[in-house]
Ligand binder design. Structure first.
Ligand code: SAM
Length: 279
């Protein structure tokens, strides 16, 4: 860290809390994240949140190409130094939330996402890849431990929710490692974990993405209510119609949405779609 600190100091860089700037420097951890991400010499990496470039450099050493987005332009002189010689790497100083994903996908072809982002932007960014990332092979993200559990939770648990089901539809998701707060500079108030979601394994098809999203929304609309009541509220069904659909989907009477697995939610959404209840 001393090296990085002196580079940051030399360029008069000050950490910006609003951008969640907690940087990693532990070489073993950086290599482990690159390995968790399944990066090899054929991989194009889309990194979000370059920071001072430590993870970017580790990615660049293994990947074919790295395109990394960083919102804070004041890191430019630091990155010119820390990424010198990384010929396969390009940093774009842009807010990733404002970039067009379809255009980027056309440019990159198949790619893997790697990100260590501020916690408040991670879930919306992950959801973009889950919902729109057609060329996305996987994402590997550093998140707050609690968020990591939510991404990978089993049905029926407290952590299971709409985000879990959405990710599971695309692929297999697991926590690859826990990362104590002491490994960041400056040190955040929470511990973190790395989550890897593989979109080439597991996952399942649904007849309509929109129907699936609406079904998942209904399932978790109000956790204290039964799925039947939530379906009535979201799809404006009569009680009789809701009971009929749930019986057809083999969901037991009085069940709550959070007890259905992602695939069961997928089957229910197909049924609602087939019956023309979601367009
Ligand atoms: N990857 C580096 C590392 O592991 O040390 C930096 C991680 S730091 C937690 C997050 C970085 O994301 C910061 O450098 C921050 O400026 C950048 N960032 C925050 N919001 C962003 C956004 N919307 N688009 C691109 N970069 C962003």
């Amino acid at each position: 860290m001393d090296d990085l600190r002196s580079v940051l100091q030399k360029h008069g860089f000050s950490f910006k809390k609003q951008f969640g700037q907690n940087f990693l420097t532990d070489t073993n951890l950086l290599r482990a994240i690159v390995s968790d991400a399944g990066v090899d010499e054929n991989t194009t990496v889309l990194e979000i949140g370059t920071g001072a470039g430590a993870l970017t450099r580790a990615l660049s050493e293994q990947a074919k190409r790295v395109v990394s987005f960083e919102i804070d332009r004041s890191l430019q002189p630091v990155l010119s130094e820390t990424l010198s010689g990384c010929e396969n790497t390009e940093v774009r100083f842009q807010d990733f939330a404002k970039c067009s994903l379809p255009a980027l996908e056309r440019e990159l072809g198949k790619y893997r996402v790697v990100a260590n982002l501020p916690y408040y932007v991670t879930t919306p960014i992950v959801m973009r890849f889950v919902e729109e990332g057609e060329n996305c092979l996987s994402f590997t993200v550093m998140v707050q431990e609690e968020v990591a559990r939510r991404f990978c939770a089993a049905e029926g648990t407290e952590d299971y929710g709409a985000v879990t089901a959405a990710i599971a539809r695309r692929g297999e998701c697991r926590i690859t490692r826990k990362v104590p707060r002491t490994l960041f500079t400056p040190r955040p108030n929470v511990d973190s974990a790395v989550v890897h979601a593989d979109f080439t394994a597991g996952g399942f098809a649904v007849q309509s993405e929109k129907a699936f999203r609406e079904t998942v929304r209904a399932a978790f609309l109000s956790r204290r209510k039964t799925l039947e009541n939530n379906l009535i509220a979201v799809f404006r069904l009569s009680r009789e119609a809701a009971k009929g659909i749930l019986a057809e989907a083999a969901v037991s009477e009085g069940a709550r949405g959070e007890t259905l697995s992602p695939t069961e939610l997928g089957k229910l959404s197909d049924l609602l779609f087939e019956k023309g209840l979601v367009k």
